[in-house]
Design a protein around this ligand. Sequence first.
Ligand code: CTP
Length: 422
Amino acid sequence: MAQSLAGKRILLIVGGGVAAYKSLDLVRRLRERGAGVSVVMTAAAKEFVTPLSFVSLTNAPVYDDLFSPTDEQEMGHIQLSRAADLIVVAPATAHLLARAAQGLCDDLATTLLLATDKRALYAPSMNVRMWAHPATQRNLARLHGDGAWFVGPNSGEMACGEFGPGRMAEPLEIVAAVEAALAQGADLPPVADLLCITTAASLAGRHVVVTSGPTHEAIDPVRFIANRSSGKQGHAVAQAAARAGARVTLISGPVTLPDPPGCRTIHVESAQEMLAATMAALPADAFIGVAAVADWRVAVAPQKIKKDDAAGAPALALVENPDILATVARAPGRPQIVVGFAAETQNVVAHARDKLLRKGCDLVVANDVGEGSGVFGGDSNVAHLVTREAIDTLPKMSKAALADRIVAFIAGSFSSARGENA
Ligand code: CTP
């Protein structure tokens, strides 16, 4: 048996459903693959299987009491949830899902689900009508929004004699989902990031224009020059501004991301098209240039360059592209706040300061995109917020959290400007 889960610690929460007997086999399968398994049972689960069965299979105590002095002394409930690499809830009954979705913590199982810093994998199990009920579907959507994973339920004949979706996934299907979840990384965002999200400021009534992604500069009708920008940071900024209540125009270069909800997205290819779309989108209260705009374009060949056209490799004649950020910062009716990004590989802050002054911005978000930083295409960023007055070096955070910080900066600038005018 391949030890695909060697060294992994799984916290298995067993809910009170008839499928609880399958969780005994699940424990066996997880342990066969090298995982350490700690089991927590709800009171209802003990109506279906005995704690002793799990004790025998895991060779470890089974936890079931939030207020047990011995358990707390042996391993506090916070420690129990933190020690795990992944929490698996199987069977996840309708009641357990509802309590988890509400953030209730009226027993050990739900307290662990609230105290964890890991995402949970739920294997739902319930009667088909309970599964289909809008309340259950609402709870699933809420948990999904909170980062939960689900495996199953399967369709088939149920213990109650009805037929349809509601049967808990088979142990080996749950094992496969555990492996997939652990491969993805089960950590919830750091608390600092969550705080940023919940404190996002208001941009209600403001128009915000954001550029995002790379630009493609044509060489001839079939070829182009591009760069590695994924658009993740720019799209996150647009989404954060929309979430803060702004009317957002997102001008996106070619990316594979979906258009963010709540934004008017205009798709462009080249720097020149991006400039035209940006100027057409003004006036705006704030402009955030996140796009990795190509500094140069090629003097485009009208026809496809053939190998025979040039003796050897053709020389590409480059023409400087307009600077969108500097153009917006100097435009008549300039947005009140202009934010630029500086992707640098060395002297990050010094270059950012220079860019701030040269391009006429109010804020430059400087990030280190040097080799090994993982910023291009990754989900996190390390940035410095550079203004004329200050440098704020931020800890590593998700691109979504950084987007919220930028939105908070803009909202803060608007409110202090209002204060000055008052
Ligand atoms: N930018 C822009 N238009 C361009 C080039 C850059 O709007 N033609 C914007 C980017 O969206 C970003 C900022 O300018 O907000 C920084 O871009 P960057 O390419 O890092 O800076 P450059 O001015 O090109 O300086 P250098 O290449 O010397 O680092």
